[in-house]
Structures are given as structure tokens and as C-alpha cells.
Ligand binder design. Structure first.
Ligand SMILES: [Cu+2]
Length: 396
């Protein structure tokens, strides 16, 4: 293939487009990461240098491939001019297929061992074990299929490469083979999908029961806010029309007396082996509560409260020992790209024993601060103040 033909061919163009997309991702990631820093313009320059570097590298690879192709072609023509037998292109393509197979399988092995070692540790929640089982089943099945199909594809391309000694056998159709490669994948995929459906159903088909620890988690650009119930074990209601006041950031509705003893906390502390119900809210755009160690993820949608129930099974201390990492912390992250500060939307989650949990809980400050009491004029009217008046005060 000539150079001109090479650079105008669709495949090369799409490869180039993929590289440019990679550059765009790099651009977004870097501009987000450095949005708040003073030297943002300097790093933007660096970023463009990075994009140009990859674009040039791609062009260079194309040129080298084209030159090698040309050299071989010239060599082939020279041989033919000398009356010798030309190069055996069938052998060359066959060997390239085998090289591609070996390099590709090594790449898959490298990815599995190097990147695979960065995989999450064992699930720290009850339902997570089921999700992990499903994940590993799917991974093992797809790995077997991947290995078999790649070896067959490139192995056959090599073994049955074109040769003067044999002729290609014309084999247009075979119903049995068609049935096998349609029915087997259909059965396997159906099993996986049904398996996934039932697993997800058992994970999410939950009811609120007595003894659940209700925790409100509210996402906004760019932080998570947490609210725990007080001694009554009940969270007061929230009202979206009360959002955005400085001292009542979560829009807690003090018409509801359950809200009087609610607690505002900074770290999500959870007692081990207790059922936790996260009530999930968002105040501006869609966020997503993501707690990878517990295999928990649920979108936080403005105006549409969602929830997720789970039971942590491994304390932070136990997990630190298991991983031999004294600094390990569970995290709650945001898993929706919700704006420039998205990357920083995280909070520490600490799983502790019941005794430690009670001790921690007793030290937390109430959501209803003195400032808020003053704003709501609780001091004047005591706790009998009507909700309608509260709202009037808040809206002023
Ligand atoms: Cu977010």
C-alpha cells in the first residue's frame, strides 16, 4: 500500500481520531485537575505539547510502516526483474498473524497481572460477595472465550495461509456450525443476564426495617454532606424549597420534630454487621454515591431521593490488617462527572465496632445549631414554633 493510500485509508483515519479523542480526554482531565491552581495556563501548554507529541508519534509510526512496505515492494520487484521467484507474501502475512497473536496474548497477560493486581480488595459488605461472584464468573467465561477465539482466529490464519501447494476449499454454508455458534453464546449470555438480574434483585429488593441505621447523604457541587438521626433513630424530613440557606444547607424541615436531634457529621462512621440505609439526595446536578469497597453505587438525583441498603462486614482496622496497609481508608466517592471539582468529591468511611460507634455518635454535634435556633426564633417560641413560620423566617 502506497503512503498516500495509507494515510487516506479509513482505518488509519479512525485510528488517528481515536488518538485525538485520547488527547481530548487528557485535556479535560488536566484542565479539571488544575482548575483551581494559579499555574493553570502553564499546564495547559504542557497538555497541548502532550497532544501534539502523540499526534506526531502516530504520524511517525505510519511513515515507518509505509517505508518498510515500500522497501519490501522494491525488493520484491528487484527479485522478479532478476528472474527469481518474488517474496512469499502469504508466509509474511501468516507470520505477522502469529506475531500479533503472541504479542496480543502477552499484552492481555500483562494487563491481567499488572493492572489486575490493582483490583479492589475483597468485598467489605454482605451483598458485595454476590456481586463479586457474578463478576468473577463473567470474567472467567469471557477469558476462556477470548483465549480460544484469538488462538483459533490467528492460528488458522497462519496454518491455512495461501500456498501454491493447495487450493482453498470452497465451503459456503453449514447449518450445524451455524446452530452451534448461535445457540451456545445465546445460552451463556442468557444465563449471565438472568444471573445478573436475580443478583441485582436480591441486592436492591429491600425494605426498611426496624434497626436500620438511616443516614442521609446529600451531594452538591462539590461535596457530600451527611446527616445522622439522633436518639430517636429517625431523620427529620427535608424540603427542597429550604435548600441553600447558610445555616440550613440541607434544607431540613423543622416542622418535623424528628429533625430536632439530627446530627451533622463529617466522616461516615458505620457499625460493623448492622444494616445501613443510605438515603441519597442531590441538590444541583446528578451525582452518584460510590463506595467501591462495599460494592455500593446509586445515583443521587435532584428532586428524586434514592436509597441503598447494605451491611458492612469488615471493620477499617481489620481491612488495614488484611491489606497490610496501616493508612487504608474506605471512601465514598462521586461516580458521575458532575463538574470541575468532581474528582475531589470524596469522604472517608470508617467501619467500627458497635461500642466504638456509640462512643463516636455521642460526640457528634446537632444539626440544629444555636445560630439556626436563632434564625428559626426557637428561643422566643420554644419548640412549639409552627413550620409555616419557620419557612417564612428562612425565606426572608
Ligand atoms: Cu458529583
Amino acid at each position: 500500500m502506497g503512503f498516500k493510500k495509507l494515510i487516506t485509508s479509513k482505518k488509519i483515519l479512525s485510528l488517528f481520531a481515536a488518538f485525538m479523542l485520547l488527547g481530548t480526554n487528557l485535556l479535560m482531565a488536566q484542565s479539571t485537575g488544575t482548575a483551581a491552581t494559579a499555574d493553570a495556563s502553564a499546564s495547559k501548554d504542557d497538555m497541548w505539547i502532550g497532544v501534539a507529541y502523540y499526534a506526531l508519534l502516530l504520524l511517525l509510526v505510519c511513515v515507518v510502516v509505509a517505508i518498510i512496505g515500500k522497501i519490501l515492494k522494491v525488493y520484491d520487484l528487484t527479485l522478479q526483474l532478476q528472474g527469481k521467484k518474488g517474496m512469499n507474501w502469504n508466509n509474511i502475512i501468516g507470520i505477522i498473524c502469529i506475531i500479533f497473536l503472541i504479542v496480543g496474548l502477552y499484552g492481555a497477560y500483562w494487563s491481567l497481572t499488572v493492572q489486575g493486581s490493582m483490583i479492589l480488595p475483597e468485598s467489605a459488605s454482605e451483598h458485595g460477595v454476590k456481586i463479586d461472584f457474578m463478576f468473577w464468573t463473567t470474567t472467567i467465561i469471557t477469558l476462556i472465550v477470548f483465549f480460544l477465539t484469538q488462538v483459533l482466529l490467528f492460528g488458522f490464519a497462519f496454518k491455512y495461509r495461501g500456498s501454491d501447494k493447495r487450493k482453498g476449499y470452497y465451503y459456503p454454508h453449514n447449518n450445524t456450525i451455524e446452530k452451534i455458534w448461535t445457540v451456545i453464546p445465546a445460552i451463556v449470555l442468557t444465563i449471565l443476564v438472568v444471573f445478573g438480574f436475580f443478583t441485582w434483585r436480591t441486592v436492591t429488593n429491600t425494605q426498611q426495617v426496624k434497626g436500620d441505621i438511616n443516614i442521609d447523604i446529600t451531594g452538591h457541587q462539590f461535596a457530600w454532606e451527611l446527616r445522622y438521626p439522633g436518639k430517636d433513630g429517625k431523620l427529620g424530613a427535608v424540603n427542597y424549597s429550604l435548600y441553600y440557606t447558610a445555616s440550613n444547607q440541607l434544607g431540613v424541615d423543622f416542622k418535623d420534630r424528628n429533625s430536632f436531634d439530627d446530627l451533622r457529621v463529617d466522616t461516615m462512621v458505620l457499625p460493623v454487621n448492622r444494616s445501613i440505609r443510605l438515603n441519597i439526595h442531590a441538590q444541583d446536578v446528578i451525582h452518584s454515591v460510590y463506595m467501591p469497597h462495599f460494592r455500593v453505587q446509586m445515583n443521587a438525583v435532584p428532586g428524586l431521593p434514592t436509597y441503598f441498603k447494605f451491611t458492612p462486614t469488615i471493620t477499617t482496622t481489620e481491612m488495614r490488617n488484611k491489606l497490610d496497609d496501616p493508612k487504608f481508608e474506605y471512601l465514598v466517592l462521586c461516580n458521575k462527572i458532575c463538574g470541575g471539582g468532581h474528582y475531589n468529591m470524596q469522604k472517608v468511611v470508617r467501619v467500627v465496632t458497635e461500642t466504638e460507634y456509640q462512643a463516636w455518635l455521642s460526640k457528634q454535634k446537632p444539626y440544629l445549631t444555636d445560630q439556626l435556633r436563632k434564625e428559626l426564633k426557637f428561643a422566643d417560641a420554644g419548640q412549639q414554633k409552627s413550620g409555616a413560620q419557620n419557612r417564612l423566617v428562612l425565606n426572608n
